[in-house]
Write a protein that binds this ligand. Structure first.
Ligand code: CAA
Length: 240
């Protein structure tokens, strides 16, 4: 079954490729974006897909946006929680603000968005929820107590919601990308990024479409018996 998919952080980076892959598979896709209007316009020009500007940390804003999607495209059958930010820094230098921003944007957004679509999915007896976590939620990362905590939190969240949803025809899974070529990794200090690439057995960073193809699989009927799982795609950098 295809239907309607929402992809948060869906106009740039990994999210953009996810939106495109789901559309290619027949989903009517709406990409949520935080505020980069130029990127959203470029995404619309390239794909012709619907976009909505949404602050994923704001419950009311999200519920309104979900209602708008359902009115325009129909009931949401797939949700990809991909929106995420970094505010890297060692804990002894990290502000409470940088902690909260990352927890709210990366983890609380997952609660808010799932809470917004789960009722309809339960009523209709079908749904696909895919949470984009990170290798750094699995292994921890120097300078990322906030991000690693949020991404690890998504993994526990995924398993708990999978248990609650399995009998209702809803699968809930997580993907842990490693270091992927995006603006996020592009903003890292070059020497730090180089030292990380040296730790990747496949000897390169990943490409966004190498994550999007996993999302497309998990959203498809082929993955109907997979729930509560975590799929790692990190070039061999970490084997959980
Ligand atoms: N392990 C152990 N020690 C380390 C280290 C590491 N990985 N990295 C740095 N150190 C040491 C340094 O050698 C230095 O030691 P001395 O004080 O003895 O010289 C000390 O820690 C301080 O290091 P920095 O000077 O680098 O500290 P900083 O405060 O300037 O920078 C930082 C800290 C910005 C967090 C920097 O370490 C950094 O950028 N780390 C990488 C964070 C990262 O991987 N981010 C990923 C972003 S992309 C993403 O998150 C997507 C995804 O899902 C994968």
């Amino acid at each position: 079954m295809t239907g309607v998919a929402i992809v948060t952080g869906g106009t740039r980076g990994i999210g953009k490729e996810i939106s495109k892959a789901l559309a290619k598979d027949g989903f009517k896709v709406c990409a949520f974006y935080a505020g980069n209007e130029d990127a959203a316009q470029a995404f619309r020009d390239e794909t012709g897909l619907m976009t909505v500007q949404v602050d994923v940390t704001d419950d009311e804003h999200c519920q309104k946006a979900i209602a708008q999607v359902e009115k325009q495209l129909g009931p949401v059958t797939a949700l990809v929680n991909n929106a995420g930010i970094t505010r890297d820094g060692t804990l002894h230098k990290m502000s409470l603000e940088n902690w909260r921003e990352v927890i709210d944007t990366n983890l609380t957004s997952c609660f808010i968005m799932c809470r917004g679509v789960i009722g309809g999915m339960r009523e209709r007896g079908f749904g696909r929820i895919i949470n984009i976590s990170s290798i750094n939620g699995q292994k921890g990362q120097f300078g990322q107590t906030n991000y690693s905590a949020a991404k690890a939190g998504m993994l526990g969240f995924t398993k708990a919601l999978a248990l609650e949803s399995a009998a209702k025809g809803i699968t809930v899974n997580a993907i842990c990308p490693g270091y992927i070529e995006t603006e996020m990794t592009g903003s890292m200090r070059p020497e730090v990024l180089d030292s990380i690439i040296k730790q990747i057995p496949i000897t390169r960073m990943g490409h966004p479409d190498e994550i999007a193809s996993i999302v497309a699989f998990l959203a498809s009927d082929k993955a109907s018996f997979i729930t509560g799982t975590t799929i790692a795609a990190n070039g061999g950098q970490y084997m959980a």
